[in-house]
Structure formats: structure tokens, C-alpha cells
Design a protein around this ligand. Structure first.
Ligand SMILES: Cc1cc2nc3c(=O)[nH]c(=O)nc-3n(C[C@H](O)[C@H](O)[C@H](O)COP(=O)(O)O)c2cc1C
Length: 205
């Protein structure tokens, strides 16, 4: 082996190890990235199953979505998941945003049956104050569960407000802003659904 060949082969070795290293890092990111999106998909499926509890459907709503933009549903475009049974529409799950929480956006899943009754409502994310505004979480109180079965006919539209504002929905002790924002967002979503049901379930978007 000549003296000059030593640095050349060392350089080659270094190159090979670098390539292996890059390959392993890429593989790691590919595998973990895939795992994360799979976990996100499963979490989404679970949330949809929860908010659609009691609704009979046989499709995968995560694969049957549309994007819509409407001021009543939030400041940006939102996704609507469509639940069908034997190809017939049974419910839409609207990912509405209540923009006027105490600490900003409250992201909601609002599931509406085709007859306009609510299958359920759940909070996906919020920044409300723990101990004051976070009773909107199903894990903390039953408040959000009381929406199931309600519609624009029951209670009538003027009662779609918290009791402090003359409506029929409870507010929380010392915290009216958060439930007021959620009630308003759910009411808006029901109005949007009533006005756009045929568009929501049509495939020509
Ligand atoms: C530090 C702090 C955090 C608060 N967080 C919330 C909240 O998350 N949600 C809410 O509705 N009100 C919250 N409030 C209370 C509101 O400022 C407001 O007083 C209340 O919503 C009005 O409800 P009330 O009319 O029942 O008192 C908070 C107040 C303070 C001082």
C-alpha cells in the first residue's frame, strides 16, 4: 500500500459511512413521520366516532370530506366530514371555530344529522382558562354533551344563547364568555347546515 493511497481509502470510507448515516436518518424520519400521521388519523377517527355515537354509518368519513369557507363557521376554511350509510347521507361533522373564546379560537367538532338534529358536539382544542372556561371539555363536565339531540327547532332559535343572555344554555360560574362562544358557534353551524345541506353532500364541489 503506497503512502498516498491511505488518505484516498480513508476518504472513501468516510463517504460510505456518511451515506449510510444519511440513509439511516432519512429512514428514521420516514418511519416516524409515517407513524405520526397514522396516529393522527386514528385520533381523528376516534373523535369522529365519539361525536357520531349512536349514528349508523358505514363509510370512512375521514375519506369523505369537503372544505368550505363561511364566516359563521370560523375565520378560515374548515373541513366537513360526511357520514353515509349505504351511500345515503346521514350526518355531517363540521370542524367549526368559535373565534370569540376568552383566549381566542375554540375548535369544535359539530355533528349534525340530516334531519337537522345534533348528533353531538366536542371541543378539539382551546386555550380557555383552566378551572374557569375548560368545563367545555367532555372530560371535565357534561356541559358539551347537552347539545346532542338539540336542533334549531328545539330549543327555538331565540333560546340558542346562555341563560345570562336569555337563552336556555347554562353558563359556568364566573365564566360566561366561553360557553357563550360555543353556543353561538354551534347555532351558526346549524344555520349553515340548514342552508347548505344539499351542497354539503353533493360531490360537485
Ligand atoms: C385571569 C382570568 C381568566 C379568565 N378566564 C375566563 C375563561 O376562560 N372563560 C370565561 O368565560 N371567563 C373567563 N374569565 C372571566 C371573564 O373575564 C368574565 O368575567 C366572565 O366570563 C363573565 O362571566 P360572568 O358574567 O358569569 O361573571 C377570566 C377572568 C380572569 C380574570
Amino acid at each position: 500500500m503506497s503512502e498516498s493511497s491511505i488518505p484516498v481509502s480513508a476518504g472513501r470510507m468516510l463517504g460510505v459511512f456518511s451515506l449510510i448515516g444519511i440513509g439511516l436518518v432519512s429512514l428514521f424520519f420516514y418511519l416516524t413521520g409515517h407513524k405520526i400521521s397514522q396516529n393522527e388519523h386514528e385520533a381523528l377517527l376516534h373523535s369522529l366516532q365519539t361525536v357520531l355515537a349512536g349514528t349508523v354509518y358505514d363509510n370512512d368519513p375521514t375519506a369523505d370530506t369537503i372544505q368550505v369557507q363561511d364566516a359563521g363557521l370560523g375565520p378560515e376554511a374548515v373541513t366537513i366530514f360526511r357520514a353515509r350509510n349505504q351511500d345515503k347521507p346521514v350526518a355531517a361533522v363540521i370542524t367549526a371555530i368559535a373565534p370569540d373564546g376568552y383566549n381566542g379560537n375554540i375548535k369544535l367538532l359539530i355533528a349534525v344529522h340530516t334531519d337537522g338534529t345534533l348528533a353531538g358536539v366536542r371541543v378539539v382544542s382551546h386555550k380557555e382558562t383552566p378551572g374557569l372556561g375548560d368545563d367545555i371539555e367532555a372530560e371535565r363536565s357534561n356541559w358539551i354533551l347537552t347539545f346532542a339531540g338539540k336542533s334549531l327547532a328545539q330549543p327555538e332559535p331565540k333560546l340558542w344563547a346562555v341563560k345570562r343572555d336569555g337563552g336556555s344554555f347554562d353558563q359556568f360560574t364566573g365564566a360566561t364568555i366561553t360557553p357563550r362562544a360555543v353556543v353561538k358557534a354551534v347555532k351558526n353551524a346549524l344555520h349553515y347546515f340548514a342552508a347548505n345541506q344539499s351542497v354539503i353532500f353533493s360531490d360537485a364541489q
